[in-house]
Design a protein around this ligand. Sequence first.
Ligand SMILES: NC(=O)c1ccc[n+]([C@@H]2O[C@H](COP(=O)([O-])OP(=O)(O)OC[C@H]3O[C@@H](n4cnc5c(N)ncnc54)[C@H](OP(=O)(O)O)[C@@H]3O)[C@@H](O)[C@H]2O)c1
Length: 294
Amino acid sequence: MTVLVTGATGLAGSEVVRALLRRGERVRAMTRYPSKAHAFPPGVEGVVGDLDKPSTLALAFSGVRRLFLITPLSQRETEQGLAAVEAARAAGVRRLVYLSVPLGPGSEAIPHYRSKVPVEEAIRASGIPYVILRPNSFFQDDYLWCRAAVMTYGVYPQPLGSVGLHRVDIRDVADAAVHALSDPVHEGREYPVHGPEALTGPGIAETFARHLGRPVHYAGDDLEGWARQARHMMPDWMVQALKAMYRHFQTRGQLAGPGELERQERVVGHPPRSYEAFVAEIVPLWRREMASGR
Ligand SMILES: NC(=O)c1ccc[n+]([C@@H]2O[C@H](COP(=O)([O-])OP(=O)(O)OC[C@H]3O[C@@H](n4cnc5c(N)ncnc54)[C@H](OP(=O)(O)O)[C@@H]3O)[C@@H](O)[C@H]2O)c1
């Protein structure tokens, strides 16, 4: 039974594709671009589809019985998610696993958390057996976005604040995805996917300092300063969305609730990977990338 992964070229989706391949699953991976559809790893069937163009989804979803749905960070996320749920229903999908977010109190102030609520409601109402995963903030965001700040300027730039987030390794999310897609015991359940400890901005800076053997300072909680920098790299709506998210992190954190770490192990299948181990892995990687001029 083919599994379709949307968002398959992205951070989470590409890891889920790799994890499904390791399990010997037949994987179809969706992208908007024909050039990328040909560039997936051997054994993956690339397919072109665009959540903004529902007419492209019938072909991409045809013959699919299991779907891992990722909706992108976008101003149209709700419409995109609703189009995917409708295409899944029309194609006869029998299990849908949705990558959502932790929807704790106050999270409705974050545009890209709020936009997932109607998608979740549509999934629950669709009659398709489903699982909803609610991963915390990914460790791997730091690998993608923080190299220059940490390695060149000795600064950890994400304004995560000091309340704490149980951030998670994307490989644990992929493990949860594989189990949720393959074991019917999870149907109708909603799982948090956290890392093992509450991380703060200053604490993360200290971890990098320890592994680098030199000072790394937390850039601080100044969201206006962060937004001024971010405007050079992303559109204004995205700056506003991420600023609302960081404000939420600074005021409320994004902490595992009582018993959540134990409960998530049913779907992840093992204890969560640590941030310390992640930093030990990426610092040498960053060094090699920089030495080779990448
Ligand atoms: N980053 C985090 O810390 C974190 C934590 C928890 C949850 N999440 C959630 O994870 C999701 C994003 O995952 P990510 O970080 O892996 O994303 P990402 O790396 O930004 O990748 C986005 C993916 O979406 C695809 N995409 C964009 N527009 C599309 C469209 N119109 N139609 C079809 N596909 C489209 C892109 O594919 P092509 O460009 O190849 O078409 C790409 O594969 C979001 O819903 C986010 O809220 C993120």
